[in-house]
Design a protein around this ligand. Structure first.
Ligand code: GAP
Length: 478
């Protein structure tokens, strides 16, 4: 069993302070996502495909905003970090050198009667097994584990490699096999020299990348929490070996936790958890997860890893190319160590969505709102007419909206009464609504309504864009 002390939460009070999940049931978020066009199951008209999800009109805005917010924090605001966009397909030798062909696997057991397959560490009674126990061929018998579906006998665990394969070129033989990358990190390592030489960065410096990754997960689930096709937001920070790497690790860990708080996640629903030595991935010297209190428990949101010189050394050895760094100050040649911050774009989007969910009683009715950080909200502003029968009101709405659209995502809606229109915008997280009424035609002023406080204020038409941009700037500044 995993040693609870070695595996302890770095923040020992987190369990005691457990605020519970933001929503009691995942179903609330799944149904909101579908109803309002955030997330749909992929290929739905054909019955769907397991563990692949599609982002609808609002979902793609939200997820793009999450990725932009990450890029802003990790690249735009940092002088020593640059970006990269490497291919999904890479030379197959990359995955041999990285250790993924040999070790990127999960323990799989199969039921002898119904043939269902399970990830051993997700079976009831096996959730907290150590890596050593998970590899023990006698573990199923020792613990008396049975199939949760039909109580049938389970096979001993075998390692199941999670990489998805395809063929490159017109001949489908062994020599043409390539892998769909299971992490974006390797694209950064194989470009280390290119980026260093062209950007002329001196260590410590980082390379950041956002992109798709693929894993043939044995037991995907919990909506977009664990998918087979997903997106990662990874940054590899190259530093001097040893102490400098340990220090960089300790700096990046709180920064990454703070990022979720900066964009609105409730601090008490975040905690840090260090991996036990036998739980560490094949490349890691030290790993700490930033965890979130999902409706299905505390789960990994992001990993921060000290990867030592594992990756660059392996690629140097396998490729025969020199990947050393020359430090002109000390005249030393060495392989830099890597501190990695590895987040899931889908998992982060999911977290922001869950944590923003609010239900409250307003005048005897339930008001649902998404208190998303305005930078993440799909639409920043909705422009609404109080009376859609008055063409002058509608025309003024369109003029205001067209002006706003030059700078931000804005939407016009006149398909219900004003009360309903507000509720609709609340439910998709639009931070501000602009309402044009009969008086607007006389006094040249409109109402701006705030999503969270529902407070309303009269402002001149000419000042609408400034008011929205100032509010956005204010929340951005923090
Ligand atoms: N390069 C290191 C790496 O890939 P990881 O802990 O395997 O580390 C990093 O993955 C992050 O990627 C996770 O914290 C999670 O947010 C996201 N992730 C991993 N597998 C995922 C999956 N099957 N579905 C959605 N997100 C996933």
């Amino acid at each position: 069993m995993t040693d609870p002390a070695a595996n302890a939460d770095l923040d020992p009070l987190a369990e005691e302070r457990d605020p519970g999940p933001a929503v009691p049931s995942l179903e609330t978020i799944v149904s909101l996502s579908k109803r309002r066009g955030f997330i749909f199951s992929s290929s739905e008209i054909y019955g769907g495909i397991n563990a692949v999800w599609d982002y609808g009109p609002l979902g793609v805005e939200l997820k793009n905003n999450v990725k932009r917010a990450w890029w802003r924090t990790m690249v735009q605001e940092r002088d020593e970090i640059v970006g990269l966009d490497a291919g999904i397909l890479m030379a197959p030798q990359v995955w041999v050198a990285s250790g993924h062909v040999g070790s990127f696997s999960d323990p799989l057991v199969e039921c002898a009667t119904c043939r269902r397959r399970y990830r051993l560490d997700e079976l009831p009674g096996a959730e907290s097994l150590s890596a050593t126990d998970l590899a023990d061929p006698g573990i199923v018998e020792r613990l008396g584990l049975r199939c949760p579906n039909d109580d049938g006998p389970l096979s001993p665990p075998r390692r199941f490699n999670l990489m998805l394969k395809t063929f490159l070129g017109p001949v489908e033989d062994e020599a043409a096999i390539v892998y769909l990358r299971p992490e974006t990190a390797q694209g950064i390592y194989v470009n280390f020299r290119n980026v260093r030489e062209t950007s002329r960065k001196k260590i410590p410096f980082g390379i950041a990348q956002i992109g798709k990754a693929f894993r043939n997960e044995i037991s995907p689930g919990n909506f977009v929490f664990r998918m087979r096709e997903f997106e990662q937001m990874e940054m590899q920070y190259f530093v001097r070996p040893g102490e400098a790497a340990a220090a960089a690790f300790e700096e990046w860990l709180p920064r990454r936790r703070a990022w979720y708080e900066r964009y609105g996640v409730t601090p008490a629903r975040l905690r840090l958890r260090e991996h036990a030595p036998d739980e560490l991935a094949h490349y890691a010297k030290k790993a700490v997860d930033v965890e979130y209190r999902f409706p299905f428990g505390w789960k990994e949101l992001e990993g921060v890893h000290n990867r030592g010189d594992f990756d660059l050394s392996r690629h140097q050895e396998a490729s025969g190319e020199n990947l050393e760094y020359f430090d002109p100050a000390t005249e030393e040649h060495f392989i830099p160590w890597v501190v990695e911050t590895s987040a899931g774009a889908d998992r982060a989007t999911f977290t922001f969505l869950i944590d923003a969910y609010r239900e409250e009683e307003v005048r005897g009715e339930t008001r649902v709102s998404l208190a998303l950080h305005p930078e993440l909200a799909p639409y920043k502003v909705a422009v609404l007419p109080l009376l859609k029968k008055r063409p002058e009101i509608v025309e003024l709405c369109h003029r205001i909206k067209a002006d706003l659209q030059r700078d931000v995502m804005a939407v016009y809606d006149d398909t219900a009464s004003i009360g309903k229109l507000y509720r609709r915008q609340d439910e998709i997280g639009t931070p501000w609504c602009i309402t044009v009424d009969v008086d607007s035609l006389e006094d040249g002023a409109v109402t701006i309504r705030d999503r969270d406080s529902m407070a309303q204020e009269r402002i001149p038409v000419a000042g609408v864009k400034r008011a929205i941009l100032d509010r956005l700037e204010a929340v951005r500044a923090g």
